[in-house]
Structures are given as structure tokens and as C-alpha cells.
Design a protein around this ligand. Structure first.
Ligand code: C2O
Ligand code: CU
Length: 462
């Protein structure tokens, strides 16, 4: 992982700005390649063998893509995996044809095939990319990377800007990725929970810092199913953005929960003393352990910097009138201990045993997988409200493509912009957004085994 300095970054961006002026055909020929292929990675400690992975450019994580807000990102995706694949640019309010959903916005790119992604980046923030075909297997094998969109101006000054991609691997005793992808037990329970946690593919990620240094930490949960509960030790600061989108004002950092695919941007100051270590800690039922360590050497300045201001807002339209908004309800059912008797699958009513035989164990509004009819069809620019009820015994992280939404509480207060929301069992959450992006968009659980076994629907914006 590189951590570019701001000056270095601006120089690098001059090249990107010129590239945006080239006509499309020329861009396609000159597009940098994003190459999905097999590789080896040192995920486990040195006494273990290296792990065979699938990775973008053969590495875990894939290359960190950086561009500037308002620029275009162009990548020729080259598939050298043994399976068809595609690339989804998670959280980007992207044009529909570039959304990377195999079987919906494009055909999966076959082994040996190529697909040109070329799209605008309307929002600054912390985003990421991953496959959207057999995602539960392909992400578990290591296919993901960060996509960082730099603010045009007005970003708070920091000494260091680090991306921390958190993952949860299920490894065998010889440190290989366990197969059994999409096992029925994982589908019906909390998904594929692993036994080895890494940051940026490293089980003991650490870096050197100085006391009172100010860091922007961009945390991304790239795990298939694990929900991370995080705290810091020896670092103090603020949450400044969630799922890429700036908060109206920085929130003091306390405990932070990240469902699969969620992001948080932190601005933190190193408070630990010279010779000590500061940590990002994953809080577990049985205590907690450090997932990232910061060794303090030297003192950057005698005192902390002043509190940062908010990041500049992204150009997301404000919600329209919530009273007259177009509405839909989404009832989430199924899973172990869920008591789901039957549901529609492939146009036919099936009981739970028949569904399970087809690998489906969840339903939205009585239907497993997507039907031909969208959950809701909205006119361009309309405000949409969806009331989602988690009538299952499990938490779920619901993700909407192509838009960011806000949670609307019963008293009318609205939450920050997000693209994924964690729902606890028996919870009802209402979300609202402006349907300003034409096309067909997925709404699904980002616990990948759940998505693969029924928790998937779609919306149409016309
Ligand atoms: Cu991050 Cu539909 O996915
Ligand atoms: Cu789920």
C-alpha cells in the first residue's frame, strides 16, 4: 500500500486530467488494465505457506485506485480467472451500464475476456471495487481493492492518509482458502465467517507514526459476512465520512460498527507516547485484539492540531417531500430459526425444503431471488421511501446500488447518507433517497451468502 503525499498526488492527477479529454476509442486502447488472475499472498504468519488467492493484478488487496472527484476512471478489465467475472464499483453513483452487475447491467466477462469500464466520479470519498458474479466465492478468494476519490478542494490537512481494508478469511490448517463456498449452513446462518483477520492482506499490519501526527484512516469492511466492531487505543479523533459521504459535522470517534461493505473515514491524532503503540482494535465477545498497530517513534508537534472541519459535501440532491414520496415495503424473511414456510422461486411456490435444495433460504416479500417486476419503479428525480422489516433471526447489511440513501426515523429525523445499512433482527428501518440515476439497480444484503440465497431485489428508475 502506498500512501501518497498530497503533493505527489496532485502531480499524478495532471496526467489523469489530460486523459479525460481523449475520445472514447482512444481511451479504450490506452486504458490501464485491471487484471484478475490467480496469485500467491502472504496472508498467514511466516511459519505457514503462502496462500493461493485470486486477486486484481494478482495481489490482495488489488491495486489502490486513486482519482480526483469529477475525473473519469477508465480500466480495461481482463479476466484470467477460471470463472466468468465482472467489476462492481461499490458506492459510486455510476452510470448504469458501468455498474458491473453480471446478468443485469452486463454479461459476465468470460475467462480470457475483456470489458472496458469508463465512468465519471461524481463524489469524493472512500469507495471500493469487487466482482459481482459468484461474489461469495470470488471475494472470499481475495478479489477486492480500494477506490479513493480525492476531494477537489477543502480536504482537511493530514500528515498521513491510509486505507485499511479489513477482511475475514476462512483458512485451512495449511493456510489455504477453505472451499465450501456458499455452503448451505453459511447461507442459512450468519454467512461465511472466517478464522483469520487481515488488514490490507496482512495479519499483522502495522506502520510507524509520530506522536500528535494526524491521520486520515479509511476503513473498509471487505469481508463476506463478518460485522466488525472497532475501537481505537492511543488514537483520538472523529468520524468524518460514512460509506464515502461526508458527515455534516465530524462525530467524536467512539465505538464503530462496520457491516460488510460499509466504510468509515476517520481523522485521528496519535496520542500514545513515544515507544508505545496505538491500535485499531476489533471488539469480540471474548475481548478484543489489534487488527492494526501504529508504532510511535518521535514527536510530530508539541500538541494536537485543532479539531478538523467537515469534509466538503458531495453533490447528492436533497430529499424531496417525504409525505408525497413513492413508497414500498420490504419484508425480509427466512434463514435458520426464521420459520419461513414457503416462498416464490422461479415463478413457482416452493416449501422450505424444496427451496433449500435449490440453495435458497431467504425471501423478500415472499419471493426468493429477483422477480421480473421491480420492487419499485420511480420516475427520474422522484423521492422514494422504502420501509424494510427484518423479520429474521439474523442481522443484515442492506446495500442499494447507484444511489446513497438516508435513514428516516418515525419522528422524521434523517440520518447521514449511506449506501449500506445494518439492520438488527426484528428491526424496521425506513430509507429515503432521490431516484436521480436512471436504470435498474440492485437492493440486496451484502452478506454475500445471503445475497446468493434469496436476499436480492431490484428497483427501476425511468
Ligand atoms: Cu458491493 Cu451489489 O455490491
Ligand atoms: Cu443478510
Amino acid at each position: 500500500m502506498t500512501s501518497m503525499t498530497r503533493r505527489h498526488f496532485h502531480r499524478a492527477m495532471l496526467g489523469a486530467a489530460m486523459a479525460t479529454a481523449l475520445p472514447t476509442a482512444l481511451r479504450a486502447e490506452n486504458a490501464p488494465v485491471l487484471h484478475a488472475r490467480t496469485g500467491q499472498a502472504r496472508i498467514a504468519p511466516p511459519e505457514y505457506p503462502e496462500t493461493r488467492i485470486w486477486g486484481y493484478d494478482g495481489t490482495v488487496p488489488g491495486p489502490q485506485l486513486r482519482a480526483r472527484q469529477g475525473a473519469r476512471l477508465t480500466r480495461a478489465f481482463l479476466n484470467d480467472l477460471p470463472q466468468p467475472s465482472s467489476v462492481h464499483w461499490h458506492g459510486i453513483r455510476i452510470e448504469n451500464a458501468m455498474d458491473g452487475v453480471a446478468g443485469m447491467t452486463q454479461d459476465a466477462t468470460p475467462p480470457g475476456g475483456r470489458f472496458l469500464y469508463d465512468f465519471a466520479l461524481p463524489d469524493a470519498g472512500t469507495y471500493w471495487y469487487h466482482p459481482h458474479n459468484r461474489t461469495f466465492e470470488q471475494m472470499a478468494r481475495g478479489l477486492y481493492g480500494a477506490l479513493i476519490v480525492e476531494e477537489k478542494a477543502g480536504a482537511p490537512e493530514v500528515d498521513l492518509d491510509d486505507v485499511l481494508l479489513l477482511d475475514d478469511w476462512r483458512l485451512t490448517d495449511d493456510a489455504q482458502i477453505a472451499d465450501g463456498f456458499g455452503a448451505l449452513h453459511d447461507r442459512a446462518h450468519g454467512g461465511r465467517i472466517g478464522n483469520w483477520i487481515t488488514v490490507n492482506g496482512d495479519g499483522a499490519w502495522s506502520r510507524r507514526v509520530a506522536k500528535h501526527e494526524r491521520m486520515r484512516l479509511r476503513l473498509v469492511n471487505t469481508a463476506n459476512a463478518r460485522i466488525f466492531t472497532l475501537e481505537t487505543r492511543g488514537l483520538a479523533g472523529w468520524v468524518v465520512a460514512l460509506d464515502g459521504m461526508p458527515l455534516d459535522r465530524p462525530q467524536p470517534l467512539d465505538r464503530l460498527t462496520l457491516a460488510p461493505s460499509q466504510r468509515a473515514d476517520l481523522i485521528v491524532d496519535v496520542m500514545a507516547e513515544e515507544g508505545e503503540e496505538a491500535f485499531v482494535v476489533s471488539v469480540e465477545r471474548s475481548g478484543g485484539y489489534a487488527v492494526a498497530a501504529f508504532e510511535v517513534a518521535g514527536v510530530a508537534r508539541p500538541a494536537r492540531l485543532a479539531a478538523p472541519g467537515a469534509l466538503p459535501p458531495n453533490p447528492v440532491p436533497p430529499l424531496g417531500d417525504l409525505e408525497t414520496a413513492r413508497r414500498a415495503d420490504l419484508r425480509m424473511e427466512g434463514g435458520a430459526m426464521g420459520g419461513l414456510g414457503s416462498a416464490m422461486l422461479d415463478g413457482r411456490m416452493m416449501d422450505m425444503r424444496e427451496m433449500a435444495a435449490a440453495g435458497k433460504v431467504w425471501a423478500f416479500n415472499g419471493m426468493a431471488d429477483m422477480g421480473d417486476v421491480p420492487l419499485i419503479e420511480a420516475r427520474l428525480g422522484e423521492t422514494v421511501r422504502i420501509a424494510m422489516t427484518n423479520d429474521t433471526a439474523w442481522p443484515h447489511g442492506m446495500h442499494l446500488h447507484g444511489h446513497h440513501f438516508r435513514r428516516v426515523d418515525a419522528d422524521g429525523t434523517v440520518g447521514p447518507l449511506r449506501d449500506t445499512i445494518l439492520m438488527q433482527r426484528n428491526e424496521t428501518v425506513e430509507i429515503a433517497f432521490v431516484a436521480d440515476n436512471p436504470g435498474d439497480w440492485l437492493l440486496h444484503c451484502h452478506m454475500l451468502e445471503h445475497a446468493a440465497s434469496g436476499m436480492m431485489t431490484w428497483l427501476r428508475v425511468v
